[in-house]
Design a protein around this ligand. Structure first.
Ligand code: TRP
Length: 443
């Protein structure tokens, strides 16, 4: 059990805030044209993300086991179809896929700690920052080295048990990360790209909206809030019974959104001030941020600290991605946490090699259409599996659990369960996901 509601907030925020906010959100905003994407993303967080996060915490706290076993126990207890347990299994699979590439990108952040500390970017131009990054990507062995290092660190932490070490660390690192983002933001305001960066993020143009934009925005809402695969459900199992789910979840979602928007506002002005390309893809953060620090006094110091904090944010997320599978194996087979952690790590590491090679020796190999291995794994997990899992979780949380259970979990009177919860979580959220899927298929 978390020692208080605040520790759950910290742990869940630690899971939510990660590469998704600082690396992914800016780069897919860039690829999808800016303002329209941001607005749709915010709508998805509010109307789909928050209700589904509440459902995950509620189901986890009701079952108090790993997601697979929680679903098993709840379908038995309430005489529902065992098919619901598939939610748990799909989550475990999605977790492997996500962890496999998450560790690769987090490895880049580790490498950049070193680069910043060595002063590689002091006074660098946009061209230098770009070529430093491209050289790094073209070398599979260097990428594998940093991927491996990050995976070993993750496995080591999850093997020792999550709570003790992390609680105290998250308490310090999260606020510090926020402060550094504000420093970067302060710098971005002084560049002459600020107005353009601001407009890029907040000016809404209808012509930029397609089914695809909406699907990617929704996938990002799931990814950034850690939803759809049982990670928050697994954490929810340790939440004290008297904590309010509504307010706790709102705090987590607001924090997470603030970090993403701050990262975007810090990055895009630098893109425009240096004549860089907003839609350049996964390298965006690794080019713009070093560039900004390279131009600031004490930049090497702040830059080192920044990538250290990003790596830390990534670790607190990576451990939550593996928690559903880990908890399931430990609980069901009474296996040793350490052994399970190593096994999971090895499997994800091997899968991750596909992502490493997607940036160099397999760059021209396309798995489907023009998607590389990385693009494909990323697309299927984020844009298909997480929304699908989230939709099922919402339906289960609204319709399969008895009113009395929902009422006592959410502190709602039974009459209100029908009016509020079944409408928001049982209809609006799953319908939103469905409409986006259908709209994308129709194009
Ligand atoms: N939310 C994290 C981020 O933004 C990533 C993450 C952690 C995640 N746990 C998850 C994504 C579970 C999907 C599902 O970086």
């Amino acid at each position: 059990m978390w020692s208080s509601r605040w520790l759950f907030v910290l742990a869940a925020a630690g899971s939510a805030v990660g590469l998704g906010n600082i690396w992914k959100f800016p780069y897919i905003t860039g690829e999808n044209g800016g303002g329209a994407f941001v607005l749709i993303y915010l709508i998805c967080v509010a109307f789909v993300g928050i209700p589904i996060m509440m459902a995950e915490v509620m189901i986890g706290r009701e079952g108090r086991q790993s997601p697979i076993n929680t679903m098993r126990a709840l379908v038995q207890q309430h005489h529902r179809s065992p098919a619901w347990v598939l939610i748990g299994w799909m989550g475990v699979l999605a977790g492997f896929l996500i962890l496999s590439y998450y560790t690769v990108i987090a490895g880049w952040a580790l490498y950049y700690i070193l680069q910043m500390a060595q002063g590689t970017f002091d006074g660098a131009t946009g061209a230098v920052a770009e070529s430093t990054f491209n050289d790094f990507l073209s070398d599979p062995w260097r990428l594998v080295f940093w991927q491996t290092l990050f995976m070993v660190m993750t496995v080591w932490i999850i093997a020792r048990g999550v709570i003790k070490g992390l609680e105290s660390a998250i308490r310090w690192f999260m606020p510090l990360l926020f402060v550094l983002l504000i420093v970067l933001l302060g710098y971005a305001v002084t560049t002459d790209g600020f107005q353009q960066g601001w407009d890029f993020m907040f000016a809404f143009h209808w012509e930029d909206v397609s089914g695809q934009t909406v699907l990617v925005a929704m996938g990002q809402a799931f990814f950034t809030l850690s939803l759809g695969m049982g990670a928050i459900m697994a954490y929810g199992a340790y939440v004290p019974s008297n904590a309010s789910i509504t307010s706790t979840v709102s705090i987590i979602a607001i924090l997470d959104t603030l970090v993403a928007v701050a990262a975007g506002l810090a990055i895009f002005p630098i893109v425009f001030a240096n004549g860089l390309e907003p839609g350049q893809g996964p390298g965006l953060m690794f080019v713009t941020i070093p560039l900004a620090f390279g131009q600031m006094p004490l930049g090497a110091l702040f830059g080192t600290l920044f990538f250290l904090l990003v790596s830390f944010a990534a670790i607190t997320s990576a451990i939550s991605i593996s928690e559903p599978a880990l908890a399931y194996l430990v609980e069901t087979y009474n296996a040793k946490r350490g052994r399970v952690a190593i096994t999971l790590g090895v499997i994800s590491w091997v899968l991750g090699l596909g992502t490493v090679f997607s940036f160099n020796i397999w760059a021209d190999r396309h798995v489907v259409g023009d998607l590389t291995f990385f693009d494909f794994v990323d697309y299927v997990s984020q844009n298909v599996m997480l929304p699908l899992g989230g939709m099922l979780i919402a339906l289960f949380g609204a319709w399969a659990l008895p009113k009395t259970v929902i009422g006592s979990q959410l502190g709602l009177q039974e009459g209100w369960v029908n009016v509020v919860w079944k409408v928001v979580c049982g209809v609006i959220a799953p319908l939103g996901v469905l409409v986006v899927f259908v709209a994308t298929v129709i194009g």
